[in-house]
Write a protein that binds this ligand. Structure first.
Ligand SMILES: NC(=O)c1ccc[n+]([C@@H]2O[C@H](COP(=O)([O-])OP(=O)(O)OC[C@H]3O[C@@H](n4cnc5c(N)ncnc54)[C@H](O)[C@@H]3O)[C@@H](O)[C@H]2O)c1
Length: 358
């Protein structure tokens, strides 16, 4: 559903922490008209509405859908609610941008895509890591064979865990759908869809204290390691967790160390900073052995741009790099990691996406 010469009318549901980063970006986009905000904690919806001049606010999705019309629902609620709310929005004829993950299972996510297609609607999911110029640079080096015969890659992302909401630690939560998801999107984006996964997961901190529920029992993994087979002998590794001391903290501002590394037999590359906020790529090759820094400038890329980019795409009709089949593949990898961690077995994957992305 494109809206030439118009703005995308956007509604947001889930007015917690991340909405405070999304809304400044959305409110500055020339392609966006903010229509309504919703949260089951009504004062949060009201607060965001007042902060960002959003004319309507609601305590329930049904009321939001019955209010003034909008084209795109931006879903930034607890992770476990995404699949259910995305389905309600599609059934009500709205396009969807969902925070990660799109749904609780690959099956649920695939059903959402089928539903969207049957209704000629669109659904997309975070993250937006494929939009960074550093990702594009790395992808091009790989595609042009600058690293020679590709062999392997590593990615990691962790901090000491969110302190504000319990859902991060409840069933369906965990470090993988919250943090590892960026790394899985980056590595599959660079190396191609994974064919199988083997993994180990654990709970390092069995009890936590969070702002909204006090002391809770941790039910989802807070420590995960997975290996992906990308075919042609290429293997990659992701580790994520909520028990990583890092002096750069949650935001990672100023993080100089590489969090993504790729090796081939004629070169290697490392992405400086986290993959959701990179600020350079260090590369050494057989022809240029001195490691050199490339792409120090992220340009207009920021991780919170996803919903704005999709709003623009709905107006212009230009297909964005962010692709729902990629998000579904990442979801299947997350589910396979949980399964492999539980059974100790390798899990074969079925999903694919159009690759290379750039
Ligand atoms: N906080 C961040 O920096 C950050 C960054 C990137 C992505 N994310 C992702 O964004 C999502 C939200 O995270 P958060 O940190 O903002 O959590 P949060 O707990 O701060 O906010 C979630 C909000 O959703 C509301 N909510 C829950 N169920 C609802 C429902 N059925 N209808 C309406 N509102 C509902 C809650 O009341 C809460 O206000 C998660 O998927 C998280 O992984 C968060």
């Amino acid at each position: 559903m494109t809206r030439p010469d118009k703005k995308t009318r956007v509604a947001i549901i889930g007015c917690g922490s991340v909405s405070g980063v999304y809304l400044p970006h959305l409110s500055k986009s020339p392609y966006v008209e903010l229509v309504s905000a919703c949260d089951i904690i009504p004062e949060r919806a009201e607060k965001r509405a007042k902060e960002f001049n959003i004319p309507n606010y609601y305590p329930h999705i049904d009321k939001q859908l019955a209010g003034p019309a909008f084209d795109l629902l931006v879903v930034t609620t607890d992770m476990q609610e995404h699949g259910r709310l995305n389905k309600i929005a599609l059934n009500a004829g709205r396009n969807v941008w969902s925070e990660k993950p799109l749904a609780n299972t690959y099956k649920e996510g695939k059903a959402l895509l089928d539903l969207a297609r049957s209704k000629k609607l669109r659904i997309w999911g975070a993250p937006a890591v494929v939009n960074s110029p550093q990702f594009a640079f790395m992808s091009k080096q790989i595609q042009e064979g600058k690293l020679g015969r590709l062999a392997c890659a590593h990615a990691h992302y962790g901090h000491t865990g969110p302190t504000w909401s319990a859902f991060f630690y409840e069933k369906g939560g965990g470090s993988l759908p919250d943090l590892g998801v960026y790394n899985i999107a980056t590595l599959t984006g660079l190396l191609g869809p994974a064919k199988s996964v083997v993994a180990m997961t654990s709970i390092v901190t069995p009890e936590r204290t969070v702002d909204n529920k006090g002391k809770i029992k941790v039910e989802a993994e807070d420590n995960a390691m997975l290996l992906m087979d990308h075919g042609n002998g290429v293997i990659s590794h992701v580790q994520s967790g909520f028990n990583y001391f890092d002096p750069y903290g949650h935001q990672g501002t100023g993080q100089e160390k590489a969090t993504i590394q790729v090796w081939g037999n004629e070169g290697n590359m490392a992405m400086a900073g986290y993959d959701w906020a990179p600020h350079g790529v260090d590369m050494a090759t057989k022809d240029n052995e001195q490691t050199q820094r490339f792409v120090p400038d992220p340009g207009t890329y920021v991780w919170q741009q996803g919903a704005s980019v999709i709003s623009e795409a709905l107006v212009t009709g230009v297909e964005p790099l962010i692709n729902v089949e990629h998000a579904l593949h990442v979801l299947e990898v997350i589910e396979a990691t949980r399964e492999s961690g539980m059974t100790g077995k390798k899990v074969m994957l079925q999903s694919k996406f159009k690759w290379p992305i750039v």
